[in-house]
Design a protein around this ligand. Sequence first.
Ligand code: NAD
Length: 361
Amino acid sequence: MNKKIAVIKGDGIGPEIVTEAMKVLDSVAEKYGHSFEYDQLLMGGCSIDANGVPLTDETIERCKSADAVLMGSIGGDTTTSPWYKLPPELRPEAGLLKIRKSLGLFANLRPSVLYPQLAGACPLKEEISAKGFDMLIMRELTGGLYFGEHKTEEVDGVMTAVDTLRYDENEIRRIAVKAFEVAMKRSRKVTSVDKANVLDSSRLWRRVVTEVSESYPEVELEHMLVDNCAMQLVKDPAQFDVMVTENMFGDILSDEASMITGSIGMLASASMNETKFGLYEPSGGSAPDIAGQNKANPIATILSAAMMLRYSFDMSEEADAVENAVNKALNSGYRTGDIMSEGMKTVSCSEMGSLIAQAID
Ligand code: NAD
């Protein structure tokens, strides 16, 4: 299969970690007879330096003409970098918001996996972490409280602020469909999280998700209230497969779920639109403190590339091969500095990428 991938390496550790993900993709292409063509594009601080803006319209158009986007991270040291002396709309992060909006990316997918080899980094009790977990949180990204009407005004002499939580059935339906489609490629369980005992938006959410579930009889659906879900995540994270929820609940729960893995360098993510198109990037930032030192952990970006294979290219076998290769490198005791523990072998970013690329079979 031929696929065109728009590649945005970005700033800080971005170029280092994306180079390793491309190394792994090249190995997949060679072993499985595919051809991946890369269109390398600028975004963030490097685009400000080259073009005066964090994201050009040309970059957006070239992303749209690709089959998927692979991204590193953007931004610099927010206290010392000259990029942060610019007005907010010209700073590196403005590029992130613009690209998500321009590409219509409404579903954010964040897997949270506890690798048995890294269980020591998990802050939960051993009896809980021993079971391991492998869940994927799907957060609605373009609606809800963050995009509703906001106003602050004086009412009868008292300062009053209002934020509006609004969803229509189409917004809920499209993310519910995405959640069930993704669950079909995983363990076929969807937990829909809401606050239906209090909020109208949640009651509509629950009704529409239930309707959508009727088209996916192979997938088990459960509904869970968000307060209970926050507790269940630390009590028994192994119960979850795909969790789908609205914007603000997802913002909070996905951070909670990533914390319990204990390691930012391992966290992949994807943002998708209604088609198979997606933007794939690690959850972490540009890590200016270790940039240019060949120390960063490339695994989150490599696992994001595996998600691209699975969800945008329908290459499940190839995605499994990448995930297995990551496991092999960890099983052989190789660790970058951020996941190092006693008795293991420290490797650089590029060594980790090569080890994983070689382990593809
Ligand atoms: P950060 O995620 O860059 O770094 C936090 C800590 O985690 C640092 O100690 C860093 O060294 C470490 N870390 C992150 N990724 C790592 C990896 N792959 N391997 C090893 N260690 C890793 O967060 P920050 O310091 O708050 O932000 C730095 C810059 O990144 C800022 O400009 C911020 O705006 C930007 N940022 C960008 C994105 C994105 O591109 N989507 C996301 C978050 C932050």
